[in-house]
Design a protein around this ligand. Sequence first.
Ligand SMILES: [Cu+2]
Length: 138
Amino acid sequence: MSRIVHPLSYGFRILTVASQAGCGLSGRTHGPPSPNASAVVDMGFSSFQPETVHIRAGQTVEWRNTSIVTHSVSDDSRAASKPQDASIPAGATPLSSGDISAGDVFAASFPVPGPYRYFCTHHEGEGMMGTVVVDPAS
Ligand SMILES: [Cu+2]
């Protein structure tokens, strides 16, 4: 698959998007998000997009690895090389997805309100971090 990017001053340029030609093509990331996901986070080459999502207590976040590399989601400071890259509210249980392969999807729900700062265990050093803000249930 290819897509056309911004036309340049000297003409058009066609960019082949590697993630769409790789093994991610047939993955679950290319189906619709789960209907019970209240927020969806895309895992790019070395970033979470959007970096911050807001949900309410008990709701589910779905991470979708649309890249061609393996990622993960962890808010366990014991697994972080820099402890400040991970934090969870008091009373919450640390989350560790394990490896999320290219094209795969991971979902987690958050019963305890508060901010959750998480990182990718493979790309923490490249700044692959994100935040889930869980507001109290309405
Ligand atoms: Cu990663």
